[in-house]
Write a new protein. Structure first.
Length: 638
């Protein structure tokens, strides 16, 4: 049964609204875009008291009803009922930060004045109590004349009471004549105000809210704070100590990607090999057996094998985000990033791009300056995303020995880190060039909130990492599966003529495509097999691994059912695939824009085919030149 009523979560940025949404809906939500705009919409099912369900919307963060950014305008349009394809909410759950009620309640008081049915969720009460702040929800509810529920989305405290309040709120009537308690007695708020009048009314509202908070909360004269937390915060925010800590943190993450994922990856590899052998033994020889054993299983399986590494990456980034560290890193890097024309706020979209460039590009909506936003969009795909990780991982595992430097540092992890650093360095150079040429018109400054440092909640981190891994696996079973079947067909047909003594794949359509490309890519150290993999990976970068696996399994019967890493090592021994070639190929994938989805999102966010074509052109040219230099110089040195 489809839900007939809609509840919207509305609040300031960083008030824990999305964490509350996840806690209320569990895994029963979907993510899409609002019609006609690129702002993301999260919609889920919320079970309420009577056993029914309502539709729960997680709206973008906003500080006021009349906001200027794209996110804030979506909130305004939805509350007015003018947002196409989305109904006006029947109830608003106003999420406020219990550690900073005065600021959060400004938006709540505006919605009360507008006559909306509201339930206030005083979130982050655990963090407030750790500071010595106690929210008396009954007193706050009496002052605002709306229900108030104290909750902690991170721990689950108060969620049952909130569900009950939502059910009751949906049943009651909206106030016909909302109270404007913040106005002096006898005064009337004008329908339209401007200039000094806006400032005067805002001051009156804040004065009233300050009195409300003073009457409804208990707090010590001096907030409790840990001396250790204060020292840690100062250490993380100081450039002298914070930047080395930041570099060491990400260095440890890349070390963990190889060292911690080794055992589960070996188990997955054994399962893939066993499944291929089982299919071959169970089915008679023929086209279907070849498709499954040589195309589908190796193609999809040799990408799925990297799920442990991708999961570790998402877990680490999730822990940094939930702890409050990422906001400090953004502030810390503001001075550094301004030297290339960006602001520290761009750090969050760029960091998101390490998982996937698509949410990274969407996250640039929080950057108010259009020139800064465009510059960030243009360099976001240079951050090595999770789709590149399988390419890096298989080449590093095949050609870089698992040596431990100084007994603790993995050489493979250092090589992987160097690929990420290379992409970041190139991104900063491109941003510097853009901000001094076609995007030099605007100047901006950084204003951002600093959430408190806190212990990450394992449940929150695991849920975020699980969602990201599931999204990756969905891609593996759709795009990669389809590409694997296409590559298998191209590599299988037409069959070589009678008496053909070479590699049978060379006589196929794939071989013809690779042969046509080889003169152009030979200076990069690539042969026709790599050329086919590059062409196949345009829909999604990770398809390169499955394409190469399919070609190698079909190309040599002696290698059938072996892992791609072992196949590459054998080719290295034969002299057809060298270490320099592997490094050149990794450098190519650091810069190449091999992702149709990224280009599509760039087109939507910029509203221009020109910026999209420019992104693809400069990244392709950069990939070719960098790979050419790498191979030519490396061949002479090694």
């Amino acid at each position: 049964m489809q839900p007939t009523k809609t509840v919207a979560l509305i609040g300031n940025p960083n008030c824990g609204k999305t964490t509350l949404f996840n806690a209320l809906t569990g895994s029963r939500y979907k993510v899409a875009n609002y019609p006609g705009v690129t702002v993301e919409k999260r919609e889920g099912l919320l079970a309420i008291k009577d056993g029914g369900h309502v539709s729960l919307l997680d709206l973008p963060g906003t500080y006021a009803l009349e906001g200027m950014s794209a996110d804030e305008q979506v909130v305004t349009s939805l509350l007015r009922g003018s947002l196409a394809g989305t109904p006006k909410p029947d109830l608003i759950v106003a999420v406020v930060d219990a550690t900073n009620l005065e600021r959060s309640l400004f938006l709540v008081s505006e919605m009360i004045d507008a006559g909306f049915k509201i339930v206030v969720a005083a979130n982050m009460t655990d963090a407030a109590e750790s500071l010595g702040i106690k929210v008396h929800e009954e007193l706050l509810a009496r002052a605002l004349d709306v229900p108030v529920i104290a909750v902690s989305a991170r721990t689950g405290r108060g969620l049952a009471s909130l569900r009950e309040a939502i059910g009751s709120g949906l049943a009651r009537e909206a106030p016909r004549s909302p109270k404007r308690s913040w106005l002096p007695e006898g005064a009337h708020q004008p329908r339209e105000a401007a200039g000094e009048e806006v400032a005067r009314l805002g001051s009156l509202r804040y004065t009233w809210l300050k009195e409300v908070v003073a009457r409804s909360t208990s707090r010590p004269e001096r907030l409790r704070s840990s001396r250790f937390a204060a020292t840690l915060d100062a250490t993380l925010m100081s450039p002298a100590t914070g930047i080395p800590i930041l570099l060491a943190t990400f260095g440890l993450i890349f070390q963990a990607i190889f060292l911690w994922a080794k055992a589960p990856m070996e188990l997955i590899t054994q399962g893939i090999d066993g499944l291929s052998s089982l299919i071959t033994a169970a089915l008679p020889p023929g086209m279907l057996t070849s498709l499954l054993a040589d195309g589908v299983v190796p193609g999809v399986g040799n990408v799925v094998v990297f799920v442990p590494q991708i999961a570790i990456l998402f877990l680490c980034i999730g822990a940094l985000e939930d702890s409050g560290y990422l906001s400090r890193a953004a502030f810390l890097l503001d001075t550094v990033m301004r030297r290339v024309g960006l602001q520290g706020r761009a750090f969050i979209p760029l960091l998101s791009s390490f998982a996937c460039a698509i949410p990274g590009i969407l996250a640039t909506r929080t950057i108010p300056s259009r020139s800064d936003r465009l510059a960030t969009i243009m360099i976001a795909p240079l951050m090595s995303c999770s789709a590149r990780l399988p390419v890096y991982a298989v080449l590093i595992a095949a050609f870089v020995p698992p040596t431990l430097l100084w007994g603790a540092v993995s050489l493979q992890g250092l090589v992987l880190l160097s690929m990420y650093v290379l992409g970041m360095a190139a991104a900063f150079v491109i941003a510097w060039a853009l901000k001094r040429t076609i995007l030099r018109k605007e100047h901006s400054f950084l204003v951002m909130e600093m959430p408190p440092l806190r212990r990450p909640i394992l449940k929150v981190i695991l849920r975020g990492a699980t969602d990201s891994v599931v999204s990756f696996l969905k891609n593996a079973t759709t795009t990669i599966l389809a590409c694997s079947i296409v590559v298998w067909f191209l590599a299988s047909y037409p069959k070589p003529p009678q008496g053909f003594s070479g590699n049978p794949v060379q006589a196929s359509y794939a071989g013809m495509i690779g042969a046509a490309m080889e003169p152009a890519i030979r200076p990069l150290g690539f042969n026709w097999e790599i050329g086919v993999g590059i062409v196949s990976s345009f829909p999604a970068r990770e398809v390169f691994v499955s394409a190469l696996s399919t070609i190698y399994n079909l190309g040599d019967d002696t290698e059938e059912h072996q892992g791609l890493i072992r196949a590459l090592k054998e080719r290295q021994a034969q002299g057809s695939f060298s270490l320099v070639t592997a490094v050149s190929l990794m450098v190519f994938y650091v810069f190449a824009c091999m992702c149709m989805s990224t280009l599509a999102v760039c087109r939507r966010e910029t509203g221009s085919w020109g910026w999209t074509a420019g992104m693809f052109a400069y990244m392709t040219a950069l990939a070719y030149v960098a790979s050419l230099i790498t191979f030519q110089v490396g061949s002479r040195l090694l």
